[in-house]
Design a protein around this ligand. Structure first.
Ligand code: 2P0
Length: 346
């Protein structure tokens, strides 16, 4: 019958999020449960984002998935977790007898997924966060399921749960073994701090040498600093960061952001064998930011680095033009940013 064989199609976008209190380390690898909470800022929809189209149809023979135009292995366990959980919710909704839910939640429907990023994949720019958030949201739309989906996105990639919400988002680690309390929550909407700006300084668009998943696994096994961080540093830092965001206190926000990025990279160095995500350009940017802030005796700019050398800069709208000029002065575009740190103009 035409109504059941015609594919039901939805397209959604999800933005990248940048953690300012970073997630690093799992206590459960399958459910993706973290050893500490984290907090991030979700970018706007029109910036770094994933766009995913999901089609469901009874005429499709098998589930299939394409990423940036190339077919991916649909049997990937994390992809399977997300598909299974969405279908479970769809079945539950149908069994609960919600009106109009039978047509779109047929269990005989197979799914075709097409996903594209508008930025380099796996260059430490949180592509998996936007990717799985978008996948889960699109699947939910296609199968007609609602509610908090962050616990499902989490099972695709930990950081993805935070991209399910806009603005300032915390991922509460939770303490249950089944993970039901390990979910994302919005701390403040994006409208809360309209002057806040994020700049991405691309030091390298190459794939990172060590993926986050295996990197954090080795860190959990070998780093005593990571254990200390999770138990004694992050809980306190989460409280301070939430207060800084609520008060729009940029100086406090900047200091915690930079210290947390530095401690994350310190735990990478404390991992055995050690993991290096920063390169010489990253280090030059760190120095530049501290000299810039030192010049004004005030934290006007903050850096943050994830599992790669690219810098994410947080600042306020009024400082963007000058800071961009400073960056362009020290990293002229044709030099790839190498060996171009000089003195700050005074
Ligand atoms: C974060 N990162 O909080 C931290 C900071 C990288 C450094 O979340 O294994 O890709 O899929 O849960 O989410 C990268 O880890 O790892 C990450 P999985 P994910 O944004």
């Amino acid at each position: 019958e035409e109504t059941t064989s015609r594919p039901h199609i939805v397209t959604c976008t999800a933005p990248v999020n940048i953690a300012v209190v970073k997630y690093w380390g799992k206590r459960d690898e399958d459910l993706i449960l973290p050893i500490s909470s984290s907090l991030s800022v979700t970018l706007h929809q029109d910036q770094l984002k994933t766009t995913t189209t999901v089609a469901i149809s009874t005429s499709f023979k098998v589930d299939r998935m394409w990423l940036n135009g190339k077919e991916e292995d649909i049997t990937h366990p994390r992809l399977q977790s997300c598909l299974r959980e969405i279908r479970r919710l769809a079945r539950k909704r149908r069994n609960d007898g919600e009106p109009d839910s039978t047509e779109s939640t047929g269990l005989s429907h197979k799914v075709h997924i097409c996903s594209v990023n508008n930025f380099p994949t796996a260059a430490g720019l949180a592509s998996s966060a936007a990717g799985f958030a978008c996948l889960v949201y699109s699947l939910a739309q296609a199968f007609g399921v609602e509610g908090d989906l962050s616990g499902i996105a989490r099972q695709g990639s930990g950081s993805a749960c935070r991209s399910m919400y806009g603005g300032f988002v915390q991922w509460i680690m939770g303490n249950r073994d089944d993970g039901k309390d390990s979910i994302a929550q919005q701390v403040e909407p994006e409208s809360h701090w309209p002057e806040l700006r994020i700049l991405v300084l691309v030091a390298s668009a190459k794939r990172k040498p060590i993926g986050s998943t295996s990197g954090m696994q080795t860190s959990v096994q070998t780093s005593v600093l990571l254990k200390h961080r999770a138990e004694s540093v992050v809980p306190h830092r989460m409280d301070k960061m939430i207060k800084a965001v609520q008060k729009r206190d940029f100086a406090a926000f900047a200091e915690i952001t930079m210290k947390d990025s530095n401690q994350f990279h310190a735990t990478c160095l404390d991992t055995y064998p050690p993991i290096f995500y920063l390169n010489s350009v990253s280090q030059q940017i760190i120095h530049l930011v501290h000299r810039y802030n030192g010049h004004y005796r005030e934290s006007r700019v903050a850096y943050s680095f994830d599992a790669g050398p690219n810098a994410v800069i947080f600042t306020l709208q009024q400082h963007v033009p000058e800071f961009v000029r400073v960056v362009q002065h020290f990293f002229p575009p044709d030099t790839n940013g190498e060996d171009f740190i000089k003195g700050l103009p005074v």
